[in-house]
Design a protein around this ligand. Structure first.
Ligand code: AR6
Length: 182
């Protein structure tokens, strides 16, 4: 699949491994413990190294002793990754939030983008949050994420580029069939 751009070129849709993105920030689909796990979270902590995990531990200790709530986002350095920073957010476990899955997934995108903008970061890459272990249907997630991103870009111009990184070609195609970017 060739890469696709939307919204005046500000959004790039591509297939790849997010840990290889050379960019201001990549977003991690974490869990509330913030100490690593499987999927993209495991890959980011593995490649990023102990510095990221240490910073996460400190965030837990000082700000979120009971864990990062679903939908919220925090930032650490990028450790050994090509990305300068990692923004960690916790997606909803699909079907366990009393009908609030979509609102919580939208919060992940909105809060991650706001945190990037607050830190004067211009470029950010997202994985498809919650669509792995957390079981969010990929077509529905495409609608929610694209709406949240479009809303954010309509309000601020701090962010120059948002890359949406899909781990497989079928996942990227599914996004392209369901998004609301154009
Ligand atoms: N680059 C880009 N996308 C990836 C990569 C990668 N390196 N690896 C996986 N994906 P998941 P979740 C895709 O399960 O559903 C973890 O154990 C993957 O194909 O990583 O939010 C955490 O610790 C899928 O489309 O995250 C949490 O406990 C998407 O990333 C829990 O899983 C998200 O899949 C979070 O579950």
């Amino acid at each position: 699949m060739t890469e696709k751009r939307f919204l005046d070129g500000k959004i790039l849709v591509k297939v790849g491994d997010i840990t290889e993105e050379k960019i201001d920030a990549i977003v991690n689909a974490a869990n509330s413990a913030l100490l690593g796990g499987g999927g993209v979270d495991g890959a980011i902590h593995r490649r990023g190294g102990a510095k990221i995990t240490e910073e996460c531990r400190e965030i837990r200790r000082t700000a979120f002793p009971h864990g990062l709530p679903t939908g919220k986002a925090v930032i650490t350095s990028g450790g050994n990754l090509p990305a300068r920073f990692v923004i960690h957010t916790v997606g909803p476990v699909y079907g366990t939030n009393g009908g609030k899955d979509a609102a919580l997934l939208a919060d992940c995108y909105k809060n991650s983008l706001e945190l990037a903008a607050e830190n004067n970061l211009r470029t950010i890459a997202f994985p498809s949050i919650s669509t792995g272990v957390y079981d969010y249907p990929k077509g529905e997630a495409a609608k929610v994420s694209s709406n949240a991103i479009r809303d954010f870009l309509s309000k601020t111009d701090v962010i120059n580029e948002i890359r949406l990184i899909f781990f497989s070609e079928p996942d990227a195609r599914l996004f392209l069939e369901h998004h609301n970017l154009s």
